[in-house]
Design a protein around this ligand. Structure first.
Ligand SMILES: O=P(O)(O)OC[C@H]1O[C@](O)(CO)[C@@H](O)[C@@H]1O
Length: 535
């Protein structure tokens, strides 16, 4: 593998002076460097990757054993070695029936049974067959969860707003009491269903918020609150201890990682919002991407290509971050969702065997929807000292046919940004502009310096017909597999998250000090801040 890395670095050295725009002297470049699957088109042509670089990147993935690792994941092997767990979120969206065995048990029947139970429950809540304690239909649902038990449902519910015909869904995640307060003050406990979503059912934020919301329910409707509760968890003993009836608990197995969990019971709020049929279409989209990932040749394989672009930019070009820029307001939480998916999976510096990684791994992922971002941080994307590879997402068709002019503008802006990043504006062109504006002499040069754009900044674009549940399912699964492929190439375990533990432990120790205990043994800064923060 190291020989391929060296060849890639050499290829980069040999081509880094080249302008990306010059690659379009090849009239077929777009056709050869863009790929379509069911609904998605991925365009990687506006990068400096050429045939030679792509061939090397593909051999890198091959030599990392990508096909074997992929098959091992889908087969249910315990590829999350650090936790001795299989990684089978793909089973949650699979209609296949052939046995899928983990620890001697075929997992398919339980997946089907849980999905059917979720569906029955969601239908009954939506129709009013399952009602509040006083017989009223539930108008609102609060999902209490954080991280993977929040971000996926938040992102998908917003993305699929045009399909939202069920109760209003509110997401309570932050332990900051302001979050609970601001949600609860708008709601009526008599018509509110509460889902406590936590894989472990130990997460302090979720348990604290659940305690507050259960108290709010009791204050509003009395002690008999069972009709207003449901839970999503792998820990049935703990859901029982919270008083949530067995039939209101939707369980899943430890082979579903938190950030990969929206396809199963964690997706219950999505199902309540958009209905079981649309939820199943989301699953079908995810499964379609699974099939594509498993069967397409590397050069036509969207997750593989997206990952290889990621590797090229991170490791070969040395770019430390990537911007996710959905030109789709309803994907405004996609960057936040991807921050967990990507950075909690691949934000690591240790290989599977515990040795230090020889190369950089996961980049910083960030972003905001276009066009808003254009009026905020795009200045840095175009003229900043660091290059940030951009990832654009855009639909051919909107859900608002009556507002076509808006969508035309949205598309024009999206295309303009990737074009501007690539082309830039030369000093010579900027001099002409300055002259037209009436600047002369040194002022003209100064103006031109400020008004020129280096260009040659890479971007990729993901285009889709319309943001339907099926398309969204494909997009999410595409990113999941992209993260997986990058993790395989970096040689890391993308499915554990030890990096979140230390802060949790220290917070437990600090709580008594926040409440007045002696901060003995703490550093000067922490002691000083504790003093300043004592109310
Ligand atoms: O669903 P749980 O167990 O409450 O965990 C919530 C989140 O917390 C984390 O463990 C990180 O703190 C995530 O991986 C997970 O998605």
């Amino acid at each position: 593998m190291s020989a391929i890395w060296t060849e890639l670095e050499e290829r980069h050295r040999a081509t880094s002076a080249r302008r990306i725009a010059s690659l379009f002297d090849d009239p077929d470049r777009f056709d050869r460097f863009s790929t379509e699957t069911d609904d998605l088109l991925l365009d990687i042509s506006k990068t400096n990757i050429d045939d030679e670089a792509l061939a090397l990147l593909i051999s890198l993935a091959d030599s990392a054993g990508l096909a074997d690792r992929r098959d091992a994941m889908f087969r249910g092997d315990k590829i999350n070695m650090a936790e001795n767990r299989a990684v089978l979120h793909t089973a949650l969206r699979s209609p296949e029936t052939a046995p899928l065995v983990v620890d001697g048990v075929d997992v398919r029947p339980a997946v089907t049974e849980t999905l059917d139970r979720m569906e029955r429950f969601a239908r009954a809540v939506r129709s009013g067959d399952v009602t509040a304690q006083n017989g009223a239909i539930f108008t609102d649902v609060i999902n209490i969860g954080i991280g993977g038990s929040d971000l996926g449902p938040v992102m998908a519910t917003l993305a699929l707003a045009p399909y939202h015909d069920g109760p209003n869904v509110h997401f309570l995640s932050n332990v900051d009491g302001a979050h609970a307060h601001d949600i609860l003050k708008r709601l009526n406990p008599e018509t509110t269903l509460v889902i406590v979503a936590s894989k472990t059912f130990t997460t302090i934020e979720t348990m604290t918020n659940a305690g507050t919301v259960l108290d709010w329910l009791r204050a509003g409707i009395g002690t008999d609150i069972g009709a207003h509760l449901a839970a999503v968890s792998t820990a049935r003993d703990r859901t029982a201890a919270m008083g949530i009836a067995e039939e209101r608990v939707f369980g899943f197995a430890d082979w579903v990682g938190g950030r990969y969990s929206l396809w199963g019971p964690v997706g219950l709020p999505i199902m309540l919002a958009i209905g079981p049929e649309n939820f199943r279409a989301l699953l079908a989209g995810g499964h379609a991407m699974d099939r594509h990932f498993q069967t397409a040749e590397a050069r036509q394989n969207l997750p593989v290509l997206m990952a290889l672009v990621g590797i090229w930019h991170r490791n070969i070009c040395g770019y430390g971050s990537r911007a996710v820029l959905p030109y789709d307001q309803r994907l405004s939480r996609l960057p936040a969702y991807l921050q967990q998916l990507d950075m909690e999976s691949n934000g690591k510096s240790v290989a599977m065997d515990g040795s230090r990684l020889e190369r950089s791994a996961g980049p910083v992922v960030w972003g905001e929807p276009g066009t808003n971002g254009q009026h905020a941080f795009y200045q840095l994307l175009h003229q900043g000292t660091d290059v940030v590879p951009a990832e654009f997402l855009i639909a051919a068709e909107s859900h608002e046919p009556g507002l076509q002019a808006h969508h035309d503008l949205l598309k024009a802006n999206c295309l303009a940004q990737s074009e501007a990043l690539m082309l830039g504006r030369s000093f010579k062109q900027a001099l002409q502009i300055a002259e037209q504006l009436g600047f002369g002499g040194e002022a003209r040069k100064r103006q031109a310096a400020h008004r020129s754009f280096p260009g040659n900044r890479p971007s990729i674009t993901l285009a889709y017909p319309k943001l339907t549940p099926f398309v969204l399912g494909q997009i999410i699964a595409l990113y999941e597999h992209r993260v997986f492929v990058e993790g395989v190439i970096w040689g890391i375990n993308s499915f554990d998250q030890w990096g979140v533990e230390l802060g949790k432990e220290l917070a437990n120790g600090l709580l008594p000090m926040v409440q007045g205990a002696d901060p003995a043994g703490k550093d000067g800064s922490t002691r000083g801040l504790l003093h300043k923060l004592s109310a």
